[in-house]
Design a protein around this ligand. Structure first.
Ligand code: AMP
Length: 194
């Protein structure tokens, strides 16, 4: 079972969410470091994203953050990570995060997290990449998202196999195992098409 060597984590930039979300981020970070999986993320020091990055770093792992210049102050660019890349735009940030990652994992977050999830799952739907995607559904936080997408499949605006492109899991350990299991080995991402 090929384990991804890097995982892109999309999650909230706010510190106001439930403590369990932050805790899940910390657990995930520790586990990624233990398994030698590099974290690719948005580069901020705040919210669930900051928790994941801090946990990877304090457990001796590697972290690459990608942040646009204009967000350096707002999301408090994390300076204590392995490397922080500063880019010009949000689009450049997302493209770089996708390019560097072997798999994608969504933790609880807000509208930015949703936007990132929908972009990466629709890119897969269009065949622009075939990298694994999982959602860490902490305390059922993403149940309504799953219901909504099931409704879209019921209405036949998406196919059941598009729904199946995302694996829902409950713990950080299940998330890493699911992504490893899905990894097809090719992990193709066609940057010419994106
Ligand atoms: P949020 O879930 O709203 O806290 O945002 C999570 C991350 O998504 C943050 O790093 C935001 O900068 C980022 N984000 C917000 N809006 C967008 C967007 N339109 N495209 C890509 N990333 C975004």
């Amino acid at each position: 079972m090929p384990q991804p060597s890097s995982i892109c984590v999309y999650c909230g930039s706010s510190d106001n969410g439930p403590a369990a979300h932050r805790e899940a981020g910390l657990q995930l970070g520790r586990l990624m470091a233990e398994r030698g999986i590099r974290l690719i993320y948005g580069g901020g020091r705040v919210g669930v994203m900051g928790a994941v990055a801090d946990a990877v770093m304090s457990a001796g792992g590697a972290v690459t953050g990608i942040i646009p210049d204009f967000l350096m102050r707002h999301e408090v660019g994390h300076t204590k990570i392995t490397e922080l890349e500063i880019v010009d735009t949000m689009h450049a940030r997302k493209a770089r995060m996708a390019e560097l990652s072997d798999a994608f994992l969504i933790l609880p977050g807000g509208l930015g997290t949703l936007e990132e999830y929908f972009e990466i799952v629709t890119w897969r739907q269009l065949g622009l990449h075939d990298k694994p995607i999982a959602i860490l559904n902490v305390d059922g936080y993403w149940d309504r998202l799953r219901d909504m997408i099931n409704g879209i499949v019921d209405a036949r605006y998406a196919r059941p196999e598009n729904m199946a492109m995302t694996t829902y899991v409950e713990t950080a350990e299940q998330a890493l195992n699911a992504l490893a299991q899905q990894a097809s080995g090719s992990g193709h991402l066609s940057s010419e098409k994106l």
